[in-house]
Design a protein around this ligand. Structure first.
Ligand SMILES: *[C@@H]1O[C@H](CO)[C@@H](O)[C@H](O)[C@H]1NC(C)=O
Ligand SMILES: *[C@@H]1O[C@H](CO)[C@@H](O)[C@H](O)[C@H]1NC(C)=O
Ligand SMILES: *[C@@H]1O[C@H](CO)[C@@H](O)[C@H](O)[C@H]1NC(C)=O
Length: 290
């Protein structure tokens, strides 16, 4: 969920403002309001998606924008529910092949490298709605027919935040569609790798259908430098497994999946654990080639 990050930066921004007011001037201010040029960005991304990413799909990009705008503007900035977006979502139905659904929580950077390498995986950000609104911030203002480009409330300050409501519905749709084997990437370097308040824990998990999903394959990944706090046999992931069992899902759980470890090491070859891995792989190569 891209905008988790944006919402976080807004919250962090506010904290910074209170403690270091001089940091609040200049370009950093843009963080607080609707993303500038949002209309051009969304319509441009929509054409990119329907022309280059998923050619052949027919969507009316201009109409999607109009429905989005209608949902958000002229509402007070904390008063946009999922229902406001229904017409927009109706404009963008999507059907996804099974066995490709990739869910994640607190592994944002890694998950997108993973999906970029293993092209058969799809995340929410690969769906049309995810693609259009990734990393954007928006809110309207009462008594005005435009977005508020100056200031948007922090995500956490209201239950019906326009950004949150859109991602909530998008996540729910994504999880409801999930079928076959699905994969969940969790971060074993944090306490509560499985967090019931996260988008995955609160929305997606509840929307998965045991009749459609064959296996929930959990992968727990820690940072090479640690800490190694949670795993398949330790911490909140046990709770996730309990929930899956009680709902009749089949599941597997893997710690330190080799592909994921290698992917992390590609970005940090000098880390001691990565050097060990590299040496092992080189040794094996020597053995097989001699
Ligand atoms: C929020 O929306 C509801 C229904 O659309 C409306 O009755 C209410 O007055 C709005 N609240 C604010 C603070 O704008
Ligand atoms: C785990 O979470 C921490 C804290 O948010 C983050 O710095 C780290 O990159 C995450 N690790 C992975 C593998 O995504
Ligand atoms: C689904 O996952 C299970 C357990 O990991 C595995 O045995 C099976 O081969 C997978 N099926 C597909 C279609 O990937």
């Amino acid at each position: 969920m891209p905008s988790v990050k944006s919402a976080c930066s807004a919250i962090i921004g506010i904290v910074i403002c209170i403690s270091v007011p001089q940091l609040c001037f200049g370009p950093a201010q843009a963080v607080f309001g609707t993303t500038p040029n949002i209309k051009h960005i969304v319509i441009g991304r929509c054409f990119t998606y329907t022309t280059l990413v998923q050619p052949g799909l027919r969507y009316d990009c201009e109409e999607i924008w109009r429905q989005f705008e209608k949902a958000v503007v002229q509402q007070s900035s904390c008063n946009v529910t999922e229902e406001h977006y229904f017409e927009m979502f109706n404009m963008m139905p999507e059907i996804w092949p099974c066995d490709r659904f990739l869910f994640w929580s607190k592994t944002r950077v890694l998950v997108h490298s993973y999906a970029a390498v293993f092209r058969h995986f799809w995340t929410l950000e690969d769906t049309l709605v995810g693609y259009l609104f990734n990393d954007l911030v928006w809110c309207g203002q009462e008594e005005d027919s435009d977005f508020d480009f100056n200031v948007c409330p922090a995500w956490s300050t209201c239950r019906t935040h326009p950004v949150y409501s859109l991602w909530k519905r998008a996540s729910q749709n994504f999880a409801e569609m999930a079928c076959g084997n699905i994969t969940v990437l969790l971060n074993g370097s944090v306490v509560n790798a499985f967090n019931k308040k996260s988008m995955f824990g609160s929305i997606e998990l509840d929307s998965l259908n045991p009749q459609r999903v064959n296996y929930v394959n959990i992968k727990v990944v820690t940072n090479p430098e640690g800490p190694h706090i949670e795993s398949c046999s330790q911490g909140s992931i046990l709770e996730l497994i309990q929930i899956l069992l009680s709902r009749g899902f089949q599941w597997t759980c893997t710690d330190s999946d080799l592909a994921l470890v290698i992917l992390q090491c590609v970005q940090d070859l000098n880390h001691p654990s990565c050097q060990m891995l590299a040496n092992n792989m080189l040794q094996q190569k020597d053995l097989t080639s001699t």
